[in-house]
Design a protein around this ligand. Structure first.
Ligand SMILES: [Zn+2]
Length: 413
């Protein structure tokens, strides 16, 4: 049945306009009409949902996520030893939690056992309710990387990077590579970050992935590693601490987008997560570089997306983009929506509320333009036209209607 959301304030992130007393018509999971008027007369063939003047924006896009170790306590890497059953259950719970936060699309920046890849198709086939997932599989790193081999698959030399990148590009939309580390002592310019890959290795990986028309995301902080990543031609830079002004300029020129993950860093210092005194001490040193990287990127006009990573939180991420980065509140809303859609090549389907796009919508109780923390005040999430009050999002949603014995389409191609 066609649905109408009415009596709402529509946040038009493309034109940076608030449209009061608006209505959104949803048909077949897509937005079929937008009206600048409230729907007064109810028609029986429509389900009309009166949102009581609430704020409506595109479903949020989280471009850096790890469902299997989101919001975990204690040693981060130990989480990976839990094994597939525990990590799968945790990933599923985290996927539902994303929906409750108004996040309707995520890019997984690394999983194990193809968990996110499997969930992607379980959600896509409507076997379970969950966000749209874009995946990269298990990340790549060099031998001796700071990321232990229980998580990253190690590669060394051009041949291995090409082979493993091609394997991933044949299966996933993205390939994730760890390109930097260094927290013990400064590497250059007082920065605690050194390259964990060579330019020939990363360039060979990028060329292989691009030949398959897929994209490369690199974990990369520090001006020396960033020099390599930008020259190699990656598609997105994750974290990007200590990015210099000239590097930000090069990123604009080469159309490389940036996911700052500000709160992934600031939250890891929070003692409640119990990461240990050494971890906290080491990561504290990264804060000024994280801030300057963001400021240089904003100053140069780099395309910025919102990525929460393992510990990031929506409201404070938005506030930091605004207060530390100097992005306007509208630009922050774009970072959480249409910018992510562009990076994921989904700008024709999601990222803004326009006729023909998916009905992926976040309904907020209060105006995020008044206070960006209001991005956490979610009342309802709409995924492919399904309207769910946040407390209704659970594993049983629509469960009874599915054919339990069916294959999950595309998963076993
Ligand atoms: Zn990450």
């Amino acid at each position: 049945m066609e649905k109408i959301l009415t009596n709402l304030v529509l946040l038009d992130v493309i034109n940076k306009k608030e449209i009061k007393n608006a209505s959104i018509f949803i048909d077949g999971g897509k937005i079929s009409k937008i009206s600048g008027k409230n729907v007064e007369k109810r028609k029986p063939e429509y389900e009309t949902i009166d949102l009581g003047g609430r704020y409506v924006m595109p479903g949020l896009i989280n471009t850096h996520q790890h469902l299997m170790y989101k919001r975990t306590y204690g040693n981060l890497w130990k989480q990976m030893n839990l094994g597939a059953p525990a990590l799968t259950v945790r990933s599923l719970k985290n996927a539902l939690a994303e929906l409750r936060m108004g996040i309707t699309t995520i890019r997984s920046c690394g999983d194990l056992y193809d968990i996110d890849y499997t969930l992607k198709y379980m959600f896509q086939s409507k076997y379970l309710i969950g966000p749209r997932i874009i995946t990269c599989g298990r990340p790549l790193a060099i031998t001796g990387s700071h990321v232990p081999p229980v998580f990253a698959q190690y590669a060394d030399g051009i041949d291995e990077f090409v082979k493993l990148s091609r394997q991933r590009a044949a299966r996933y939309e993205w390939v994730k590579i760890f390109a930097s580390y260094g927290l013990e002592k400064p590497y250059v310019n007082g920065e605690y970050a050194r390259p964990e890959i060579t330019l020939p290795e990363l360039k060979a990986a990028c060329d292989a992935v691009h030949a398959a028309q897929k994209k490369v995301a690199v974990h990369c902080s520090g001006s020396a590693p960033l020099e390599i990543a930008i020259a190699a031609g990656v598609d997105t830079i994750e974290h990007g601490s200590a990015m210099t002004k000239p590097q930000a300029g090069m990123m604009v020129e080469k159309k490389i987008a940036y996911t700052p993950t500000m709160t992934a860093l600031t939250e890891t210092l929070n003692p409640i997560y119990d990461r240990g005194p050494k971890w906290i001490e080491d990561h504290k040193k990264g804060i000024p570089f994280s801030n300057s990287g963001l400021q240089n990127a904003v100053g140069a006009g780099v395309l910025i997306t919102s990525g929460l990573d393992s510990l990031g939180v929506v409201g404070d991420e938005a506030v930091q983009l605004n207060e530390i980065g100097g992005m306007s509140k509208w630009d922050v809303l774009k970072a959480f929506t249409i910018n992510g859609a562009h990076v994921l090549d989904l700008e024709n389907e999601i990222g803004s509320l326009e006729v023909g796009k998916n009905a992926d919508i976040a309904v907020l109780n209060s105006n995020p333009l008044a206070d960006l923390m209001n991005l956490e005040d979610i009342y309802m999430v709409v995924k492919d036209g399904k309207c769910m009050k946040v407390e209704e999002v659970n594993l049983n949603y629509d469960f009874e209607t599915r054919d339990y014995n069916s294959d999950i389409p595309q998963l076993y191609q």
